[in-house]
Design a protein around this ligand. Structure first.
Ligand SMILES: [Zn+2]
Length: 177
């Protein structure tokens, strides 16, 4: 006759609140826009190591990866809302040249911030017209874009104690902070 496992003492094992251990996804990816143009990929590089559920990658990908297993290849389509956001027209501005410091060398595609505050938008110079008006855009370059990630999962593993303490994943040998 099998003995039933005793339930005595149940509930005393956990002294504090139960914390779930975050998952680290190790994966290769390529990112294309909806027309199939390649934006970025991890080809020829080490795979990405990402602690999931921390907002370290775009929401649509962060939410899709936990359901995947090592070895799986999948295309994940991410809407702008779950990607780099929708375009905010109020961040597209025309600024007279004299609003910039006189010694600033304003070039096309140049990027700058107007404030030191964390999360302040990064503006890109999009166009400089003949009258000296400068068109700048504070949207993420991929705002408004549907993103297509081709993902190949290399490994799914629990975060180690050091990663949990730091709040991010460490690539092997890549820990330099
Ligand atoms: Zn770290």
């Amino acid at each position: 006759m099998k003995r039933k496992l005793s339930c005595q003492g149940r509930g005393e094992f956990f002294k504090g609140p139960i914390m779930s251990i975050p998952t680290v996804a190790v994966f290769h990816y390529s990112l294309k826009d909806k027309d199939g143009n390649l934006i970025d990929d991890s080809k020829g590089r080490d795979p990405l190591h990402v602690m999931l559920g921390k907002g370290h990658i775009v929401k649509g990908l962060d939410e899709a990866l936990p359901n995947m297993k090592a070895g799986v290849k999948k295309t994940i389509t991410v809407s702008p809302e779950d990607g780099y956001g929708v375009v905010d027209e109020s961040l597209r501005l025309k600024v007279p040249r004299d609003q910039f410091p006189p010694d600033a060398d304003i070039q096309l595609k140049m990027q700058f911030q107007t404030s030191q505050e964390p999360g302040a938008p990064l503006f890109t110079v999009m166009h400089i017209d003949e009258d000296g008006l400068i068109y700048i855009d504070g949207n993420h370059p991929l705002a408004g874009h549907e993103l297509h990630f081709d993902v190949e999962i290399v490994e799914m593993r629990p975060a180690d104690p050091e990663e949990i303490a730091h709040g991010h994943a460490h690539a092997p040998g890549g820990h330099d902070h």
